[in-house]
Write a protein of this length. Structure first.
Length: 378
């Protein structure tokens, strides 16, 4: 596909009749930050075409025509969990642990060894929370992975897991993170954020770490000169205000630390969980949400569209609505989304398939490492 051209801001501005939306568009074209209220106006009033133009403009300014992906695989050490988040299709209660899995360090290492000789650069480790998989377990695991394959980037665990295992080990967040960093932890994925509003969080993810704890843990990790991602679970019982509040808290922390690499909107999928009665939002709403995230989060370099959750077709579309990253090859190693009803029941893409998806919408594929250093431009 030929390189796409984009309409000039002056021409676009001339076509916007709504005064509020016109003022917001002027701000965006002048690279000015939009406010909480303006973001809410976008959610409530802006159509997809308008949002696409603004998000594309900003995406081009940030990362040009490039779209990133990596060579990764997941390890889910357990799907047994002490928590009972009502959106989770994946976890099994401790009393039903016979229906789940709890891997040992050795079993996980055997999974890692299956990738020997393959060009993977990252292992993404996260799952349920069980007493057995404690601080010592993860310390031993990270040391063993680094001993076997020192260059493999370990992106692992979320504040949900850290909060539980550090409390059990009676160490502070700082001490716990230091121990795991020394063991080999390289960066943190964005999970466990869900939605920061306390009322909604209590209803869908009660009992696990609070929003303040989630943010505090990432802040400490950043101040130790490390990077992480951030997610937002959207499209369930939250309102637009809750989405803006969530992104606003992330934007404020990013102003302070600059430690987030990517923001990853995660669409609520409703198969076989306690929220199966809550309908999923439309693809239009998914694309609007990507675009609004790109516009509001001016201090985030990357917006990731997680194809395993949203499906490869919507992920491809999202590249014209502000997203500039597709996550990775995954190699059918995560169950979180297939169990929740994603159209990707065996999430696995070859490099060529990812490259074709990206080139198919006129963008330039770049294989990156976890920290967005370029490995190869296609
Ligand atoms: O925290 C669980 C979400 C997250 C459902 O950092 C669900 O690169 C929708 O955080 N419907 C874990 N979402 C996955 C995650 C992630 C994924 C890809 C890349 C990165 C990264 C991080 O999955 C959980 C939760 O918010 N989740 N169940 C569901 N039914
Ligand atoms: Fe446990 Fe995570 Fe599922 Fe919540 S989302 S029940 S913390 S595995």
């Amino acid at each position: 596909m030929e390189k796409l051209t984009y309409a000039e801001p002056e021409i676009i501005l001339g076509t916007i009749k709504n005064t509020e939306l016109k003022q917001i568009a002027e701000k965006v074209f002048n690279l000015q930050r939009i406010s909480f209220e303006e973001c809410l106006t976008l959610y409530k009033q802006a159509d997809l075409a308008y949002l696409g133009v603004l998000a594309n403009f900003l995406k081009q300014k940030k990362t040009g025509n490039y779209v990133y992906f990596n060579h990764n695989f997941h390890v889910e050490p357990t799907n047994v969990c002490v928590y009972t988040c009502s959106f989770c299709s994946y976890s099994r209660l401790i009393k039903h642990r016979d229906q789940g899995w709890e891997l040992s360090v050795e079993e996980i290492l055997n999974i890692i060894k299956k990738y020997d000789g393959q060009a993977v650069t990252e292992v993404h480790i996260t799952g349920g929370v069980v007493p057995k998989q404690d601080l010592e377990f993860y310390k031993e695991l990270f040391v063993a992975i680094k001993k076997h394959r020192p260059e493999l980037h370990i992106k692992a665990l979320t504040p949900v897991e850290f909060h539980y295992i550090f409390k059990k080990a009676k160490v502070s967040y700082h001490e716990g993170l230091k121990i795991l960093k020394e063991a080999g932890l390289d960066s943190l994925p964005g999970g466990g954020a869900e939605i920061f509003d306390k009322g909604i969080r209590d209803q869908i993810a009660g009992g696990k770490c609070t929003s303040e704890e989630w943010l505090e843990l990432h802040k400490i990790w950043h101040t130790m000169r490390n990077f992480s991602n951030a997610t937002m679970l959207y499209g369930h019982i939250e309102t637009f205000e809750h989405r803006v509040d969530h992104m606003n808290r992330l934007r404020l922390l990013q102003d302070e630390t600059k430690g987030f690499n990517a923001f990853i909107p995660l669409k609520f999928r409703n198969k076989e969980n306690q929220m199966a009665h809550v309908p999923e939002v439309s693809v239009i709403e998914d694309l609007r949400n990507y675009a609004i995230a790109r516009i509001f989060l001016d201090n985030f370099n990357h917006i990731k569209s997680y194809w395993a959750m949203i499906g490869r077709n919507t992920a491809q579309l999202s590249l014209n609505f502000g997203a500039d990253d597709l996550d990775g090859t995954i190699d059918d190693t995560t169950k979180i989304y297939s169990m929740a009803g994603s159209e990707e029941q065996s999430p696995k893409l070859t490099t060529q398939q990812l490259v074709d998806l990206i080139k198919g919408v006129g963008k330039i594929p770049v294989e990156r490492d976890t920290l967005y250093n370029s490995v190869k431009t296609f």
